[in-house]
Design a protein. Structure first.
Length: 690
């Protein structure tokens, strides 16, 4: 039964049991109503001890009901009945109490948490607000300022913090025993939170919350509506305010932002080993080699150390070994300073790290990850050396961003051992992991890649072999379209401002300056031989590199960095000169046109990638763009956004652009198929390459 209830003397026990996290679905709500009916029929009870079985008290709404209409009994009505019950309820929290679970806790008269519990109202992360009284009860429990922080930011608090702010009455290891020991006379005097007066108004706290939300959740509606509602607790009676809360919740739940945030939430949860491989037994990873101790290699090494693995970093010289040690140590020190690890953890990381110029040091590793620079010859030489020293059942992986995984595998006696594991910089921070399956990559190697992704808490996405795989191939089209806009009349700062307003944390050219213009330059030189002569090539970035403007590291790139980030008139002059040189008349280009053009470019390329089978689903493309390339989470990912626009609108926009340049803007066959069949991109499966 999802909800069980029983009596022992003067105490009633109500327990939720809906594995794995006691999500508050219809059966739980019905069970709680039945428990309330039963409790009201009992005589001489002095407490109801309310708990959740397993690792959670209750972790919010049932995911399966997110897109369904509300079905009675409703959670707000259950909480009101708990509050109005003649027998006081004690929340015995052991684990998570999130969302609706936290609102159930707030409906209880007394609240006890175990030391490992987390309590919070994270609804804004799904584009809604607490809809069962949380915006009104929490400020009555903890005060206005704390409630604003918890609700508008969606961050849960640990048990010790919950005790300090007054959210719980006590912290105990055995919450059931502690609940049994609460003084009955004390319990009988405790008021319901709904009966308490609202907190005092504090315009400064509200203004501060709005300022933080404007920065940290730019473009999102729910945090600001949540702030409005928490502030309402200082102005209106509880019943009036809770009615406004419910109306707001229903409105936001139907909106595009909530749909997009729910989509990416579920997509992230579904990112796992493909069904065809889920029953495959993979060897347990204990020792992994990383070839290359530069920025990327050190980040990968730290991520592996953080997952409890033994790591051997291979370099080509004693100087390289020392540099690798220094690079990993910098990350350890930074993590220690930020409180992400303690002294014991840092010492443990160092104990499990070996840096060596002798490839034999990795002979017993189960997996080797190559993280050298983008040179086919260098990578082939590395894998030839690894093959010579590593055991024959070890899996070999390349972290290449663009190069042909199948060509790299060609140097191996057994090419099925090799796959791509494309980490994103900084590798110990960025969560995306593209797992690239070559033509001959074994299923075991792919399954091992997914197992590693899970262990590292990455978001793994399966990709096929092509130049740039999923993410960098879309990025290349984004960049090509943006550079073309520069030729036609836009400036780099205008493009960046438009994309920041769309929701990106950084614009394309700001990001380019951060990573270094020389990286893109080297990649373009690699592509020179095979570049399509019929596509316009924009040489502005090449000329910046020729002028020594490599980005932040050289003090100038698309912007000037001599005194912070500043727009540089020299760049505008260079852009205008290039337009004149290639005979393009410059014109005014609006921010809306910039966004529309760049989105259509990326959507069209993504549709081609999906149609070719490089990506397995539109959902995977959403994961790549959100977790690897800064696409705003609250828009759900690139293809989710495309579905919000609608395939018809996407096709019409591309056809308008194709009138000017059919070579670049010819709509993908997949887009035409979606329009013809009346299907969404989300429902379009990957096709066959060709």
């Amino acid at each position: 039964m999802p909800v069980t209830f029983r009596r022992e003397g003067p105490a009633a026990f109500v327990e939720m049991d809906n594995p794995p996290v006691n999500a508050i679905g219809l059966e739980i709500r019905q069970g709680l109503m039945a428990a309330l009916d039963w409790i009201e029929s009992q005589m001489h009870l002095d407490r109801v001890i309310f708990s959740g079985k397993g690792r959670a008290f209750a972790a919010g709404a049932d995911a399966k009901e997110f897109d369904a209409g509300p079905i009675a009994p409703h959670l707000p009505d259950i909480i009101t009945r708990i509050e109005r019950c003649e027998t006081p309820w004690i929340a015995a929290i052991d684990g998570w109490a999130l969302g609706g679970g936290a609102e159930l806790v707030l409906g209880c008269h007394y609240r006890i948490a175990s030391p490992t519990s987390l309590i919070g109202l994270p609804e804004v992360t799904l584009g809604v607000i607490p809809g069962a009284g949380g915006t009104q009860r929490l400020p009555r429990a903890v005060g206005l300022k704390t409630a604003l922080e918890m609700i508008a930011r969606g961050k849960p608090v640990a048990a010790d913090k919950a005790l300090a702010i007054g959210l719980v009455h006590e912290v105990a290891k055995d919450v059931i025993y502690a609940a049994e020991e609460v003084n009955a006379e004390l319990l009988s005097t405790l008021p319901a939170l709904a009966d308490l007066p609202g907190p005092e108004a504090d315009s400064d706290a509200v203004a501060e919350a709005r300022a933080v939300a404007a920065i940290k959740t730019k473009g999102q509606i729910a945090p600001h509506r949540a702030i409005d509602l928490v502030a309402l607790s200082t102005e209106q009676p509880f019943e009036q305010a809770i009615a406004v809360e419910r109306e707001t919740f229903v409105e936001l739940r139907k909106g595009d932002q909530s749909k997009a945030l729910r989509h990416i939430f579920f997509a992230e949860r579904a990112a796992k080993v493909p069904d065809a491989l889920k029953d495959m037994t993979v060897p347990e990873l204990t020792h992994i080699a990383v070839v290359g101790g530069g920025t990327m290699g050190a980040g990968i090494a730290y991520a592996l150390l953080n997952a409890g693995l033994r790591v051997t970093v291979l370099e080509t010289s004693d100087e390289g070994v020392e540099r690798a040690k220094t690079n990993v140590e910098k990350i350890i020190a930074a993590s220690l300073k930020r409180g992400l690890i303690n002294d014991t953890g840092a010492k443990d990381h160092r104990t499990r790290l070996t840096c060596s110029a002798d490839y034999n040091a990795a002979a017993e590793a189960q997996l080797a990850i190559e993280a050298a620079f983008e040179s086919m010859d260098v990578k082939k030489a590395i894998f030839t050396q690894l093959q010579a020293v590593m055991r024959p059942d070890a899996v070999l992986a390349t972290n290449t961003s663009y190069l042909d995984v199948d060509e790299i595998a060609g140097v191996l006696d057994d090419p099925s051992r090799l796959l791509g594991l494309h980490f994103f910089a900084p590798a110990h921070v960025m969560r995306l992991l593209e797992i690239v399956k070559g033509e001959k990559t074994s299923e075991l190697a792919v399954a091992l890649g997914f197992a590693l992704g899970k262990r590292l808490r990455k978001v793994p996405v399966l990709a096929g072999v092509c130049d740039g795989f999923i993410g960098n191939r879309i990025l290349a089209r984004y960049r090509e379209a943006a550079d073309t806009l520069l030729l036609e009349g836009a400036l780099p700062d205008q493009v960046d401002a438009a994309m920041r307003d769309f929701g990106y944390a950084m614009g394309l050219y700001e990001t380019n300056d951060l990573s270094g213009l020389d990286i893109g330059y080297a990649n373009r030189r690699r592509q020179d031989e095979n570049r399509d002569p019929h596509r316009r090539y924009v040489a502005i970035a090449d000329k910046l590199v020729d002028a020594g403007r490599l980005g932040r590291k050289s003090g100038a790139g698309w912007y000037d960095y001599s005194d912070g980030l500043a727009v540089d008139p020299k760049v505008a002059e260079l852009v205008a000169a290039e337009s004149e040189a290639v005979g393009v008349a410059r014109r005014e280009i609006s921010a809306d046109e910039i966004v529309q053009t760049l989105m259509l470019a990326m959507i069209n390329e993504a549709a081609v990638i999906l149609h070719e089978g490089i990506a397995q689903s539109a959902r995977d493309i959403d994961l790549v763009t959100v977790f690897g390339y800064g696409f705003p989470r609250w828009r759900g990912g690139l293809m989710c956004y495309a579905d919000m626009l609608g395939p018809d609108a996407v096709l019409q926009g591309l056809e308008r652009l194709a009138e000017q340049d059919p070579m670049v803007w010819t709509p993908s066959a997949l887009i035409r198929e979606c329009v013809a069949n009346g299907t969404a991109f989300a429902d379009a499966g990957s096709g066959t390459k060709g």
